[in-house]
Design a protein around this ligand. Structure first.
Ligand code: 5GP
Length: 189
């Protein structure tokens, strides 16, 4: 199969709280040709999480064994938890010509860039830092300690946006989703 027949690897990244999950959800709802990669994580499931659908929930030992067996396309420690993209489902889909979407944090995206320079790298940025901090504090899914960690990680992540090919500012959700769709179409010819 030539490279042209392969699916696109789409990486949507950016700080926690920037709304990348909501953007991806909307994108997937509107576009049935894109497959979402389901990550593995050691974090505790939230009430809305479904094992095998939102994440594969793993113990730290299980996750580390997956690292040792080379089963991740990328992985990162974020806060006190591990997150990683299982490699095989991604390569299988790309080889079948299916576009695959990764919604991951910045350390992971930088690893993917090394192996998949042809990927579509989109950084979702907040309109301003204060808005991001407010969103992180207000969403009520993390402990105050975890929020503090995420705010400091977010500041470091924002500094990495110049590594990405595209930066989309999530001010008005519909506009951000449209910008992401336009970027993907422009790369899918
Ligand atoms: P959350 O705990 O809020 O679901 O995710 C925390 C952060 O981890 C988010 O920025 C999310 O995008 C990122 N994340 C989710 N899955 C992966 C993954 O497989 N690899 C990496 N590097 N980050 C991930």
């Amino acid at each position: 199969m030539t490279k042209k027949n392969k699916g696109n690897l789409i990486i949507i990244s950016g700080p926690s709280g920037v709304g990348k999950g909501t953007i991806c959800e909307q994108l997937l709802k509107d576009t049935d040709s894109i497959s979402l990669s389901v990550s593995a994580t050691t974090r505790q499931p939230r009430p809305i999480d479904v094992d095998g659908v939102t994440y594969f929930f793993k113990t730290t030992d299980e996750f580390k064994s997956m690292i040792d067996r080379g089963e991740f396309l990328e992985w990162a420690q974020y806060g006190k938890n591990y997150y990683g993209t299982p490699l095989k489902p991604v390569t299988d889909k790309l080889n079948q010509g299916i576009d695959v979407l990764l919604e991951i944090e910045v350390q992971g995206a930088l690893q993917v860039m090394e192996n998949y320079p042809d990927g579509i790298y989109i950084f979702i940025a907040p309109p301003d830092v204060e808005t991001l901090h407010k969103r992180l504090t207000g969403r009520g899914t993390e402990t105050p300690e975890e929020i503090e960690k995420r705010i400091s990680a977010a500041d470091n992540e924002l500094a990495m946006q110049n590594k990405y090919t595209y930066v989309v500012i999530n001010d008005v959700l519909e506009d951000a989703v449209q910008s992401v769709k336009d970027i993907i179409s422009s790369r899918s010819v």
